[in-house]
Design a protein around this ligand. Sequence first.
Ligand code: GN1
Ligand code: MG
Length: 395
Amino acid sequence: MITLEKKEHLLKVCKEFVDVSKVVEISELKGGHINESYLITMPEVEYTLQKINTHVFRSPYGMMHNIQEVTDFIRKKIVYTGLNPQRGVLNIVLTRYDQTLAIIEDEYWRCTQFINNATAYERLDDPEMFYEMGRIVGDFQGLLDGFHTRILEDTIPHFHDTAYRYDHFLQIVKLDSCDRVKEVKEEIAKIKYFSPCFSYINKLIEDKEIPRRVTHNDTKPSNVLFDSKTKKAICLIDLDTVMKGSILFDYGDALRGGASTAKEDEKDLSKVTVDLRMVEAFTKGMLAEMKGIITPKEVANLFYAYALMTMELGMRFLDDYLDGDKYFKTSYPTHNLDRAKNQLKLFDEIIDKRKEIFDIINNIVIELGFDKEFRFVDKHPSGFLNDKFPTGFKG
Ligand code: GN1
Ligand code: MG
């Protein structure tokens, strides 16, 4: 429920972007872990109004710069191919002074057009829809082909730099500001045990062994819009973390969020495992779309990215729990702890199912007619699959 006082404030913000006399309704949009979001309903159109969490996004203008550059580029491509730019890409609504952000009482607000007859789902369980999501993640790469990564700012530096995040985690553990370390000794030991594998993807990028691409960096199912009727994926939304990165981040993060049998904060860990049908569906959709774009080295690291992105988020949730829940929105005191345990359990399941996942990827590569060099052996230099780390954590 939005209080009267809050509504008044929201209308003041709306005034910066739209004709406020035509606002019919304002309602809260729940779901994201970071920003505050509202749906603004007018007689003919709807808008999404968002308050940027500046604790997380220290450079809101940098963030909007990235979104604007990327969406302008995609829009031109879409128009060029004769498709509908109102549906295929996010459209930013500027303020009455043509700014991307309105600053009201020290708060940073932005507005985007709400795409009609489209739905974002918190969870997907239909492989066909997850195939669609894979296709749209691959399509994002195709649409951004020719876009120069150097145009973009590192709005959250080291976002998917797992080794860097691990260093931060160690500092937080050392500080133990909330006296919570004693509750999570086992989880910390597990993260430490796998930490030698954390720097592998970023090293591949630095060594130019895989391309630096423009990536979404937060490819969870709720960040994809589907046409409400056809159930075809329309576009990626929530472009807040669009930055330089690797397709491996988007692949790993998508499977982490979309191929789990339980929601991200499920407490009953026996329910948390990998849905192999979903792994297959997403991988097929993405690889079919990226044939001719993705490189053999990237394909060889898909499994690894899936495990790493899951471990990374588990570590981030635990980091935030130990730090007093400052980053992610929480609904109850141990919410971040539950999320962390959930992701670390999922990580174990991924490692356990590595043979099946490798086979799935290999078979898709063959089925889609990729060259021989795309097939890979199931020994991995990262260590996740070597004899050193046989089947997950053994304490
Ligand atoms: C956050 O804002 P939201 O809910 O889309 C987070 C992602 C995590 C995700 C986990 C900027 O995304 O990195 O993967 O939660 N975004 C940021 O659900 O940290
Ligand atoms: Mg987000």
